[in-house]
Write a protein that binds this ligand. Structure first.
Ligand SMILES: [Zn+2]
Length: 495
């Protein structure tokens, strides 16, 4: 368009009325240049995790960004081309993040600059996301905190297992030497008293599903899965921490997102004995309801075996020499495959056993959506050596169940039944170094296998209480008749 048409077109009824319309349409752009910008920042959301912060800019359109660090004082600069600010940055809650203040300004006339003042060193990463069902265009800025990351030193699970097996094997050797002591000086080290039993806690990794910008399923009443599963998880955490011999580790401990792989890595880092991911189901019809329990599917386990194996093969060069005493390169490849398969099969069997106990308990407080442990290829269940379950506590898409999932009383019952199921399993099958194993074994030691007769006791009563035949009880205590006396100490033979 040239300026020559302008005076003509501005007269009503003039031949080029169309040009006038075009001009009128363009007028706001001339008066308010901001409307011509590629994108407006409509909202900014911040998720603060212990090892990173994620800042999400909700944009009205796609925008290119430049993100860089400036020092003295340390700050992160986010430049958005052709963009304006349509929200109040001061409303952002910075609690728990490395960001101490946020400022913004106009850059080069039509660009937006956002400056974050930082309390610590960060490693920034950024990417844009296209619109989805829930959000429009987004710019995501991640700030990793060096040294805090749970994935700073990802350990190859096979390496870890081999390392553990070697430690057990070495311990076995020194214990063997101790049981047959030699009198020469060289055996002095081996014949030192055995190290005290570690009596360690059984560690339960609790993974509240979703979090941060991932709300999970949303109920018809607006309940977000990430919130109710956090409340159930915290209740479970209190039950676990309140039980002697157990300790809880929260995989997600706030409203932020953690990648699925990283959830299993944290569990491994925390040396978890068991991993449980807490969720609430949703379906596209309101009818389905009830709880379900999932373990990894055999197919998921099998393909995961191949994947871990491939990944560890690729890492072998890196890991091989680290400790000097452990090299993956000298482990026979087939043996490694077999070892991993056996471990994953054993882990899966444990998962199914615990799942059965949990399902049994859940069935007492809630309808069961599925009456047996289901199996699926969920990513968070793919730890090769940590028994893992995913529990769908109920259907948040069912209005009645959504209401119950919000109730503290119901949340508590769900948490209690999950804990009852898993503690039942671990009381029966405590890990060797655990306090529970020590307690069980101590009751079976000669010193513990004694019973002082109380008033009203009978020989047959004592025998059945300890699960031994009366004849063996009498034999072990050289009793000829059935006469016993109060205060007498009986030796209880092992059953
Ligand atoms: Zn979920």
């Amino acid at each position: 368009m040239t300026i020559r048409y302008l005076p003509v077109s501005l007269f009503p009824g003039a031949p080029s009325w169309r040009w006038c319309q075009v001009m009128l349409a363009l007028l706001p752009l001339l008066l308010f240049p901001k409307l011509a910008l590629a994108a407006q920042v409509d909202n900014v959301r911040l998720w603060a995790a212990p090892d990173h912060a994620r800042l999400v800019f909700d944009l009205s359109g796609h925008a290119e960004a430049d993100v860089f660090i400036l020092d003295g004082p340390r700050r992160l600069v986010i430049d958005l081309d052709d963009s304006g600010l349509n929200t109040e940055l001061s409303a952002l809650n910075l609690d728990g993040s490395a960001i101490t203040a946020v400022r913004s300004g106009v850059r080069d006339g039509n660009g937006l600059r956002v400056v974050l003042e930082l309390s610590r060193e960060v490693e920034p990463r950024h990417f844009t996301l296209p619109p989805n069902d829930q959000y429009g265009h987004r710019l995501v800025v991640d700030m990793e905190y060096p040294g805090e990351s749970a994935v700073e030193n990802p350990i190859d699970p096979i390496e870890a297992m081999i390392r553990e097996q070697e430690i057990i094997a070495n311990r076995g050797r020194s214990e063997g030497a101790e049981s047959a002591p030699r009198v020469d000086a060289e055996s002095a080290v081996a014949s030192q008293p055995a190290a005290p039993h570690p009596r360690r806690d059984i560690i339960i990794a609790i993974d509240p599903g979703h979090g941060g910008e991932d709300p999970g399923a949303i109920g018809p009443g607006g309940t977000r899965e990430k919130d109710v599963v956090m409340e159930i998880s915290r209740r479970l955490q209190r039950l676990v921490d309140g039980a002697e011999g157990f300790r809880a580790v929260m995989i997600r401990d706030g409203d932020y997102y953690i990648g699925l792989r990283q959830r299993t890595r944290i569990a491994r880092e925390q040396k978890a004995d068991f991993f449980v991911s807490i969720h609430a189901d949703a379906f596209n019809s309101p009818r389905p309801n009830g709880s379900s329990v999932y373990a990894l599917s055999q197919r998921g386990a099998t393909s995961e075996t191949a994947q871990w194996l491939a990944a560890s093969e690729n890492q072998a060069d890196l890991i091989g020499g680290v400790d000097g005493n452990l090299s993956l390169n000298d482990k026979d490849e087939v043996l490694r495959g077999v070892l991993l398969d056996l471990t994953m099969t054993a882990t899966l069997n444990d998962s199914l056993a615990i799942g059965g106990q949990v399902l049994d308990q859940l069935g007492r407080v809630n309808r069961l959506h599925r009456s047996r442990v289901e199996q699926a290829g969920f990513m968070v269940l793919k730890s090769p050596d940590i028994p893992s379950l995913l529990i769908e506590t109920g259907f948040i898409s069912n209005p009645e169940e959504e209401r119950r999932l919000r109730e503290g009383g119901h949340q508590q019952k769900l948490a209690e039944s999950i804990f009852a199921g898993l503690s039942e399993h671990f009381r029966r099958n405590p890990p060797p170094a655990s306090l529970l194993a020590w307690q069980r074994d101590n009751q079976r030691s000669p010193a513990g296998d004694e019973y002082r007769i109380q008033p009203g006791d009978t020989l047959s009563g004592i025998a059945s209480h300890h699960g031994v035949p009366v004849g063996r009880l009498k034999q072990a205590n050289e009793l000829n008749g059935d006469v016993i006396r109060v205060g007498q100490v009986l030796r209880i033979p092992r059953s």
